[in-house]
Design a protein around this ligand. Structure first.
Ligand code: FAD
Ligand code: NAD
Length: 469
């Protein structure tokens, strides 16, 4: 007989799990949430979204002061110095405030935090540190961890993953980033701004896979202008510690004997491994629950987030789809509503993604390449250079691109590079959620002067009628 009984036990207190637990409790369900970390909030709040954004913000301020951006505005600074321990302390403060905030919300909503690692012992029971718990429903929200790279062993000192890269005690002279995806570019930006030379080694022939082709090309150009070095179509086969540095062996992605180059070595002070993340399912006892994984190690779910086993649901990074906090959160709300007998829905076609570099890179919906594969499209582009606010703020890099169906004019995707693209993309997502046409956006009044006017102009450009170019 179980010692504790709940309507719902959520496993994992990341943005998926903690949000699911709060919504379940709001809907009157007796709810517990299991978390093995010392603090709530999962990867995102502890070692992901929040600490990385704290360092991105801080390093941007440092670069603005150090490289003359502030001076251009008549804000003179002398003797600019980096105080890295204070930067890290302020990052920690942000994490502490937000993770404690989740603990407060758990108390407020009377959610029991079951501390420890959960393991299924059957279809309706788990065990945590020797104690058994039964529930009518389980939500698996165990998230993801860094994908290891064979031959490159992470020691969190010289060869680090994102968690190590958030806490480096010293600015490296040369940082080699393996993987030109979101983490590599965000954390590479942090350390480049603070003084490191950053080389990104990317397996594919372009950075930021999955994003719109124009955006990938333009982002590459902008990052190179900032000082990033890219080694595309290249793979790292080995990393060896040599005293205080690391020697990396690289070769063409297609292999050294393909005629596209030979194996070579480079030296780095710090190597960041950021080649993707994989679902956390080890030690979860999924066999006992009768749950099988797909080929990518993920838990498959239906549209309602049900696994194949009645009463067991799954959301967030452990399931297929983009590994994003807001996707996990929306799924958390929907799964709780479904468990409560309501209709919880997530529109997976309209999940925005943002890279928080400077400028930011954002997109929602189909890329141009994907849209063209579905049928005829019309595309409107507008450069940030022609946007009055961006120009005034001396932020000329980037553009907005609206992709619409040629016949219906319905917006299929919006992509952009702009200093505040992460904020601007929200209106595009909302428009798409409401089934907007490019004409709807073009005839919506946008406040002046704002970066968002570039979205309106790109929508006008779909019919070839932008005003300011
Ligand atoms: P997680 O946040 O990974 O939480 C899962 C939790 O479950 C963990 O706390 C883990 O300890 C716990 N757990 C696992 N197994 C068990 C078990 N058996 N028992 C008990 N507890 C368990 N996404 C964005 O949208 N925006 C960003 O800016 C962003 N920045 C990121 C920066 C970095 C450096 C990283 C690494 C990720 C970033 N992400 C970002 C991705 C985002 O963090 C994830 O998509 C999100 O955290 C997934 O939420 P989740 O709830 O599925 O899982
Ligand atoms: P990613 O999938 O974004 O990028 C990994 C990159 O590594 C890809 O470009 C891939 O081609 C490359 N790669 C893979 N194997 C390689 C190899 N052997 N050698 C060289 N390159 C290789 O993964 P990530 O950057 O590690 O991020 C993990 C997840 O975290 C992502 O899914 C992302 O959505 C999430 N995240 C999101 C944000 C955000 O929303 N701003 C920030 C950080 C992380």
């Amino acid at each position: 007989m179980a010692e504790t009984d709940f309507d719902v036990i959520v496993i994992g207190a990341g943005p998926g799990g903690y949000v699911a637990a709060i919504r379940a409790a709001q809907l009157g369900l007796r709810t517990a949430c299991v978390e093995s970390r010392e603090t709530l909030g999962g990867t995102c709040l502890n070692v992901g979204c929040i600490p990385s954004k704290a360092l991105l913000h801080a390093s941007e301020l440092f670069e603005e002061a150090n490289h003359g951006t502030l001076a251009k505005w008549g804000v003179k600074t002398t003797g600019v110095e980096l105080d890295l321990p204070t930067m890290h302390a302020t990052r920690d403060e942000a994490v502490k405030g937000l993770t404690q905030g989740v603990a407060f919300l758990f108390k407020k909503n009377k959610i029991e935090w079951l501390k420890g690692h959960a393991r299924f012992t059957g279809k309706d029971a788990i065990e945590i540190g020797g104690t058994a718990y039964r529930a009518k429903n389980f939500v698996i929200a165990t998230g993801s961890s860094v994908t290891p790279l064979p031959g490159v062993e992470i020691d969190q000192e010289r060869i680090v993953d994102s968690t190590g890269a958030l806490a480096l005690p010293k600015v490296p002279g040369h940082m080699v980033v393996i993987g030109g995806g979101v983490i590599g570019l965000e954390l590479g930006s942090v350390w480049r701004r603070l003084g490191a030379k950053v080389t990104v080694v990317e397996f594919l022939d372009q950075i930021l896979p999955g994003m719109d082709g124009d955006v990938r090309k333009e982002a590459n150009k902008i990052f190179r202008k900032q000082g990033f070095e890219f080694r595309l179509s290249t793979k790292v086969t080995k990393a060896e510690r040599k005293g205080e540095s690391v020697v990396l062996t690289m070769e063409p992605a297609a292999g050294p004997s393909t005629g596209s180059g030979q194996a070579e070595t480079i030296e780095a002070d710090v190597v960041l491994v950021s080649i993707g993340r994989r679902p956390n399912t080890e030690g979860l006892g999924l066999d006992a629950a009768g749950i099988q994984l797909n080929k990518r190690g993920q838990i498959e779910v239906d549209h309602n987030f049900r696994t194949g086993v009645p009463g067991i649901w799954a959301i967030g990074d452990v399931t297929p789809g983009p590994m994003l906090a807001h996707k996990a959160e929306d799924e958390g709300i929907a799964v709780a509503e479904n468990i409560a007998g309501l209709t919880g829905i997530v529109n997976h076609n309209v999940i925005p993604s943002v890279v928080y570099t400077m400028p930011e890179i954002a997109g929602v919906g189909l890329t141009e390449e994907e849209a063209k594969a579905h049928g005829e499209v019309r595309i409107g582009r507008f450069p940030m250079m022609a946007n009055s606010r961006a120009k005034t703020n001396r932020e000329p890099d980037g553009f907005v691109k609206v992709i619409a169906d040629a016949k219906s004019d319905r917006v299929l995707g919006v992509w952009m590079i702009a200093s505040v693209a992460g904020t601007m993309i929200a209106q595009a997502a909302q428009a798409m959620e409401f089934g907007a046409t490019s004409e709807d956006i073009a005839y919506t009044c946008h406040a002046h002067p704002t970066h968002s006017e570039a979205v309106k102009e790109a929508a006008m450009a779909v019919r070839g009628l932008p005003i300011h170019i």
